[in-house]
Ligand binder design. Sequence first.
Ligand SMILES: C[S@@+](CC[C@H](N)C(=O)[O-])C[C@H]1O[C@@H](n2cnc3c(N)ncnc32)[C@H](O)[C@@H]1O
Length: 246
Amino acid sequence: MADYDKNPSPYLQQAFSENSYRLLEWTVFMGVLGSISNKRVLDLACGDGRLTRVLAHGGASKVLGLDVSSEMLERAMEQNAPGKPEAFPGVVSFDRISATDDLFKWEEQADLVTAMYLFHYARNVDELNQMGRFIGRNLKKGGRFVTYTINPDYDFTNAPVDMEKRIGFRYGIVDPPAYTLLIKDFEVPIWQWGRDEHEEALKKAGLSNIEWHPLEFPPEHQDLMPGWAWYLNNPSCIVLSAHKSD
Ligand SMILES: C[S@@+](CC[C@H](N)C(=O)[O-])C[C@H]1O[C@@H](n2cnc3c(N)ncnc32)[C@H](O)[C@@H]1O
């Protein structure tokens, strides 16, 4: 059973609640993504399709969402059922495939591979490298990869005790680099990989132009900065992008 099969409701409630973290979460990611129009996109760790649907709304010609959790995929497919306002039949589809699968090949390579929260589910560096290979194999030359991941520089020991109240989630320290993501009674294991480990996994898979993009609020919401200084001084997540060399 995949970790998100157990009881994803607290996670989903958190992921869909409107708060300032949502702004932080989407602003830099979507900015780095740029235009999606007419792109074939592979959305890894798609979960219930939160980003997958945004990609379809943004004009992607085709989006395939992949995830290991049947529970999350069931929710994604339910929302993409014909007749539902969020449905994109023919454009969006979903499948249960792990991003560590060493054989999966999409019918045609993608223009863009997205992964909003993936690499920290790699349980060891071998799995991180498998994810890198998965991306490299399924991305066309000149294509882009954009992910949201646990910040390699995040200091888990320096989090406020009331972090979950402030931001909706918190972390538990297990045996670094092993940690847990906690939301009420929902708990999944995560791992914090280093910059070098992320970059090596991508380079070995033929990706280059690797860039790290710290989270920030959009210009019109700079007023939120003082209240979020505690998080922005030690952000747990970061956006990472790369290109597949021509
Ligand atoms: C935090 S959720 C993110 C879902 C979605 N990307 C979003 O931002 O709303 C993380 C997802 O990663 C999936 N996941 C974990 N390990 C994976 C793997 N090896 N391959 C594919 N998906 C994986 C989980 O099942 C879960 O649905």
